[in-house]
Design a binder for this molecule. Structure first.
Ligand code: UD1
Length: 422
């Protein structure tokens, strides 16, 4: 298994380009289930999760073509299977989101329950309740969701008990081909929802209000093929930006927008990081002094849970006491023991972490990545550490960051991906 070797203490300075969004791209791939015509996606990142999603779609009978330069073509002319196997779903939770499009297209689906995952319990009740309200009959048996619709899905008024990102996406996709109008209330507001609605509308769907709490979808008979550019990855952008101030330097990320990462930029600024932005770039530079902050993770437009681990690595080197309250997922502090081994002082009580920050706390040691965003926090800590850091189990990192070492090396990091000898 590959590992990363980082020689810390080098100032990062320069310009990098944001990749396409993993979280949006995966669902846009699933949208290809809603049409028998080709779906071409541009700026789709090359990630392990994207390969898993491709495998899932191929298992349904899809044809996949890699057109190079982050462009792919998917076509599901006809479905040979409507079963999403445990081995595919367990490695990537977004697979559960195939339930809606499969029900809309074929009227039936058998999807493995994702089970627990490293960052918590992650139930799917909101997805299932919503599908039932659209007319699906759902049974849980032997770890699988068996779903079926008698004739076709029927539009309904559905109030989500929590603005779940996955459930909003799943129900929005299902409703595009349902009979009549669906009104989704208390929807997730994440920019990825808007991106997905934009592509579906380009395919002929009738979706209004994406990005607001109420989404209205008028069902249509069929959707057509499309070519679409995936939006930028908000989380990769935030991670790259932090790498600048973390090392006393300055990083400009191009092909992204401040608007979609407003909460993160505001937090950066309240920590003393200087932020500049233009139409399609954001730059973060170390200010004169860093200041401690109290952070709460929340649904968009609040601070994303996916940036919590990276912010924690940063706050470890901000003198004074900061706190992070993780309100989205329980058990999402698995980076804490590893950051502590690198010299951080962090105390966790329930959903809250208290960070006793000080200047230059990190020293290089051997650490292990435990989940996707936790890995990113270890990379950031390694960049600012004294000495050499070795990060193992970087297959977690590869789920969500495309060649982060290449992007970081371009702006001055001494970082290498190595394979263990035979
Ligand atoms: C979540 C994040 C999303 C992030 C993604 C990948 C939020 C609100 N969502 O999306 O920004 O990109 O992880 O890391 O920050 N829940 C239920 N029942 C359900 C579905 C969800 O109880 O059926 C709960 C979850 O346990 C969790 C919360 O709702 O506490 C948020 O879940 P949801 O937004 O659905 O998670 P993801 O779609 O995975």
């Amino acid at each position: 298994m590959d590992y990363l070797q980082i020689e810390g203490g080098h100032r990062l300075e320069g310009v990098v380009e944001a990749g396409g969004s993993k979280n949006s791209g995966l669902i846009l791939m699933l949208c290809s289930l809603l049409t028998d015509e080709p779906v071409v996606l541009n700026r789709l990142p090359r990630l392990r999760d994207v390969t898993t999603m491709k495998d899932l779609l191929v298992s349904f009978g899809g044809a996949f073509e890699d057109l190079g330069s982050h462009k792919i073509k998917l076509q599901l002319s006809e479905l040979k299977s409507v079963e999403a196997d445990y081995d595919l779903v367990r490695t990537m939770r977004a697979s559960i989101t195939c339930l809606g499009p499969l029900l809309a297209r074929e009227g039936k689906a058998k999807v493995s329950l994702p089970g627990g995952c490293a960052i918590g319990n992650r139930p799917v009740d909101i997805h299932l309740d919503g599908m039932r309200q659209l007319g699906a009959e759902i049974h849980l048996r032997e770890g699988y969701i068996f779903a079926e619709v008698k004739s076709s899905l029927k539009g309904a008024k559905i109030i989500l008990p929590f603005p779940s990102v996955g459930a909003t996406e799943n129900l929005m996709m299902a409703a595009t081909l349902a009979e009549g109008e669906t009104i989704l209330k208390n929807c997730a507001l994440e920019p990825e929802i808007v991106d997905i609605a934009n592509m579906l509308n380009k395919m002929g769907a009738k979706i209004k209000g994406a990005g607001s709490k109420e989404i209205r979808i008028s069902g249509v008979h069929n959707l057509c093929g499309v070519e679409y550019d995936v939006m930028f990855d908000r989380i990769e952008t935030a991670t790259l930006l932090l790498a600048g101030p973390m090392t006393g330097g300055s990083v400009r990320v191009e092909k992204c927008r401040r608007n979609e990462i407003g909460a993160v930029c505001n937090i950066f600024e309240s920590c003393g990081i200087s932020i500049k932005s233009g139409d399609d770039w954001v730059e973060a530079s170390a200010g004169i002094d860093f200041k401690p902050v109290d952070i709460v993770t929340e649904p968009f437009p609040g601070c994303p849970t996916d940036v919590q681990a990276q912010l924690m690595a940063f706050l470890c080197q901000v003198p004074g006491g900061s706190t992070i309250d993780e309100r989205i997922f329980e058990n999402r502090f698995m980076h804490v023991p590893e950051l502590s081994r690198m010299g951080a002082e962090i105390y966790v009580k329930g959903s809250k972490a208290e960070i006793c920050g000080r200047k230059s706390p990190f020293h290089g040691v051997k650490v292990m990545a435990t989940d996707l965003r936790a890995s990113a926090s270890l990379v950031l800590a390694g960049l600012s550490a004294k000495g050499a850091t070795t990060i193992r189990r970087i297959y977690h990192l590869d789920r969500g960051y495309e060649q982060i070492e290449t992007k970081l090396a371009k702006i001055g990091a001494k970082i290498q991906r190595l394979s263990p000898g035979p």
